[in-house]
Design a protein around this ligand. Structure first.
Ligand code: PRT
Ligand code: ZN
Length: 293
């Protein structure tokens, strides 16, 4: 029987939809329905293990799953508090971005990291917070809470909190202000030091090269424009994150060329204006659906 690669993914929650979308963009054909714990990928020997995000690092560490997609915050906490040292981040995936921040009452006595000395800090991330305080030579008490951390100062359980922030609305609604960032987090692909068999390794490498293509194509654009021949160098320097544009002579005009390039960084309106100021005309910016090195 051929071996199937197993990837642990959050079943429901903030990571789930983007994880499914990324895997589907990689060409995996599957459907997630009902209460099932496994989703079988129909066109590749891969199974998705659908679980709570907190269980993902553990499943990968124990071998119940070969890889996992999880928030870096959950990964780092597991490594630091449960000492799962055989785990590693293989790729940063660019979605579910958030910051693990220290925050305290707006206008209160705690406004900097140093103000935390000998204070109580509520958090669901005691491992990450303890390591951060130690690195910064701050002695303080961590009060572990599984949820509703933002309420801790109001009910006098703690003087400050260390919690995830994305829009900042939760902090604001509770009269809190972030004053330091402990960790910048995004979804990551994690694996372990365990050897995969040859078959699984081959499937994984195929998947990884597709994931790399998805990551690169996300911010990449294809730019096409016409430019005066004399401006080729100036225009090439403005094209963001592209090394060698393709230059094509125009049959109708000796002084003009068509230039085409893959830009691996964001193309802003300001970039287009700078191109135009340097003589570029008929500028087109196109999305890239797939890339493979
Ligand atoms: O059920 P399961 O255990 O699988 O899910 P969960 O409820 O534990 O996690 P879930 O789905 O809420 O979050 C999964 C992952 O999404 C987290 O581990 C982070 O990596 C990432 N993520 C991104 C966030 C946020 N943004 C986020 N804003 N996780 C939580 N929050 C919470 C935060 O804890 C706070 O309560 O949202 C609130 C703050 O949001 P803002 O927008 O008000 O700042
Ligand atoms: Zn969770």
């Amino acid at each position: 029987m051929s071996e199937r690669l197993r990837i642990a993914v959050q079943k429901k929650g903030r990571l789930a939809d983007d994880s499914f979308t990324m895997l589907k963009t990689c060409g995996l054909n599957f459907s997630v329905r009902g209460d099932g714990l496994l989703a079988r990928v129909k066109n590749l020997p891969i199974d998705l293990l659908l679980v709570r995000d907190d269980d993902i690092p553990n499943f990968v560490a124990s071998g119940a799953s070969d890889f996992g997609l999880v928030g870096e915050n959950v990964f780092a906490e597991e490594v630091l508090s449960a000492k799962q040292l055989n785990l590693k981040v293989l790729r940063r995936l660019g979605f579910s971005r958030c910051n693990l921040c220290l925050a305290a009452d707006e206008g209160g006595l705690i406004q900097t990291l140093n103000d935390l000395k000998n204070k109580k800090i509520a958090t669901s991330y005691p491992g990450i917070l303890t390591a951060y305080l130690k690195k910064n030579n701050i002695v303080a008490d961590c009060v572990e809470m599984k949820g509703a951390v933002e309420l801790a100062p109001r009910i006098h359980i703690a003087d400050a909190i260390c919690d995830l922030v994305s829009s900042g609305a939760t902090l604001e609604a509770n009269g809190l202000v972030a004053f330091d960032t402990v960790l910048e987090s995004e979804a990551v692909l994690i694996g372990s030091n365990r050897e995969l068999g040859a078959e699984k390794q081959e499937i994984f490498e195929r998947l990884l090269s597709r994931i790399d293509g998805v990551i690169r194509s996300k911010d990449s654009k294809y730019i096409m424009l016409n430019a005066p021949r004399a401006q080729i160098d100036a225009i090439s320097k403005i094209l963001p994150g592209s090394d060698a544009p393709t230059i094509i002579p125009l049959a109708t005009d000796d002084n003009l060329v068509a230039m085409q390039a893959v830009c691996t960084e964001n193309v802003f309106w300001e970039t287009l204006e700078a191109l135009k100021d340097n003589g570029a005309r008929s500028i087109l910016v196109l999305p890239i659906e797939k890339m493979m090195a």
